[in-house]
Design a protein around this ligand. Sequence first.
Ligand SMILES: Cc1ncc(COP(=O)(O)O)c(C=O)c1O
Length: 384
Amino acid sequence: MPTFPIYLDNNATTRTDPRVVDAMLPYFSEIYGNAASQSHAFGWAAATAVSTARAQVAELIGADPREIVWTSGATESDNLAIKGVMELFPDPGSHFITAVTEHQAVLDTAKHLEQTGRRVTYLSVDSFGQISLDALRAALTPETVLVSLMMGNNEIGTLQPVAEIGALCREHGVLFHSDATQCIGKMPVSMETLPIDLMSLTAHKMYGPKGVGALYVRRRAPRVRLTAQMDGGGHERGMRSGTLNVPGIVGFGKAAQICQNELADEQPKLVFLRDRLIGRILETIEGTRLNGHPTERLPHNANIAFEGLEADALLAGLPEVALSTGSACSSEAVSPSHVLSAIGLGSLARSSVRFGLSRDTTEEEVDWVVSKLGEVAGRLHRLK
Ligand SMILES: Cc1ncc(COP(=O)(O)O)c(C=O)c1O
């Protein structure tokens, strides 16, 4: 028997790796200096730790440490990338392209741009959740400044063809931002080869602490410029002011180092468990289908529709497992997720469950969850 509860909501957040916590602890009450204090050893020690973490995060993504800007998480990184670039082009006609399945941090930022007079194109996606390169090509105009398309979707796991998207943007002299929050630490991502100019990442999706993230900002070919969104002491080379969260940054660095060392073993393990989970559910539970792309998907995500069943009822029958549904609750109404609606699921959106795996997930847990899901689904079908 596995140990309960079983945590399968790793697309929402991951457990902080105990090795990360150990690395962070001295930076609260022992090495607690301000990394910007240059006149004493407390500050120097903090600055050294920040610079080690910067190198660790940079190494994981094949970047130069000077291309890493610390933020409070991917929401802030998305805001900084998009507003930071678009504010350099204040003309009402300046144009931004994104997709309907982006994270709210990008979509709400796009709405903000519209409110300030910019033109925004929201690309639609196919039934797997991918955008069309032809549609992107057609949407690009001489006024287009920036394209923002995520690398891997947090709900359905679909990967976008970011290499091709980036190449198209380069051809048109347009900057490309990608929210890679769900991919970093789960699959190899290298800025040495990917034509991405700005990239958002966050520590808590890769076994690091919450409240710390980074924005990758390309320094060469092209050198990307940004308007700061946080004014103040001029930290992070003027791009993001505010005293650095040293323990969080140290944790982010350690999490990156562990991913760097273990990714080659972890990725195939995640893919094996994900495919076992998907395969067994589709084989043994009537009326199930996979949402998102069958192969071009995150190693640690599965999203399954259970035809004729309410996802909330399924989850209520599985109190031993932490899962999430394809619904988002606003104040009173529960509305189907914008991503599931965008891939054309219709009413099946309310019947969909997201499974997020991690480095701690075991085969025993996967098998137990599939078998219990089968029982609960069978019972709910009989009750209809
Ligand atoms: C794709 C994506 N972008 C952005 C975010 C927001 O990240 P953070 O919680 O670090 O602000 C998340 C997490 O929910 C995400 O999955």
